[in-house]
Design a protein around this ligand. Sequence first.
Ligand code: ADP
Ligand code: TRP
Length: 333
Amino acid sequence: MRILSGIQTSGTLHIGNYFGALRQHVALQDQGEAIYFLADYHSMTSVRDADARRGFAREMALDYLACGLDPARAILYRQSDLPETCELAWILSTVTPMGLLQRAHSFKDKVAQGLQPDHGLFAYPVLMAADILQVNPDGVPVGQDQKQHLEMARDMAQRFNHTYGVEVFRLPEPLIEEAVAVVPGTDGRKMSKAYGNTIEMFAANKATKKAVMGIVTDSTPVEAPKKTDTPVFQLWSLFASEPEREEMFERARAGGLGYGDVKKDLLARLQAYFEPMRERREALAARPDEVEDVLADGVRRARVIAEPVFAAVREAAGLGAPPRAEPKKRGRS
Ligand code: ADP
Ligand code: TRP
């Protein structure tokens, strides 16, 4: 089974990214051939600062490795190191109806929030389809919010195949872990970099404490029963076993449980959970060349998988043969 997924390098990863994406990505490396990438082209639709983008990609590579991605098994590459993806995005855009893109929830949401859309934002799902289809994966692990983008990728695959009478692309399946469909942010909306409501995975302890203590709660007095379908309990549950959760929810319903105590316990659990990863991350951060080597090896392996697909696409569409790879430079004689 081949698996592919990516995360935009548009900010610092938070626990929503971890439970909604990263954790599953790492677990899937044991299930088959796993390919992950740092989506820096995608980040261009929101981040306009070159140093910030470079930094986010570096940090995210560290995050993946700290969380247990094993480069001996899984592939990790930086999206812009494989620029052929952009060519495929163009090709796919020619079989993508405008109406399909106009129906994209994430595009409509951003426009509704007052963002002045540019073509990159509009075409975002096409680039995403190219990321996916170029390696013909069986499954694409994504959060619920990306499901529609995946359906669009399937649609584009079908349209290309149909237009040119070929079976170049397989239809990728979304792999969605329903249990943690959406991690709420500290303000109760979906946790997202864009909303400033995140709890980061590796922030300094003080910042983590501030975020946890700032989780919204209602003004129910301590002695009153508490609703458990609220952000503080949902977040706490991420770090608890099923029996622990049942016990806690029982106490909440009985009354006499203060939100402050739940937050303190959440903070302790959260810090203990990420501590071993934090240590691994610090050790890796001291060896930046090693991280670059992982990415260089990653793109080389990704290219080996994608090249036959690129060639088949060009052939099917009547384009020229793919440019030949540069012959390896010989040492001076
Ligand atoms: P953000 O909304 O913070 O910008 P991204 O859109 O870059 O996050 O998402 C990166 C990955 O993390 C995606 O697979 C997405 O589904 C997942 N993800 C993001 N936010 C959450 C959340 N609050 N709950 C669960 N998964 C999430
Ligand atoms: N759009 C995804 C997100 O915002 C990131 C992404 C880009 C992606 N290309 C992808 C995810 C391909 C899965 C497959 O999180």
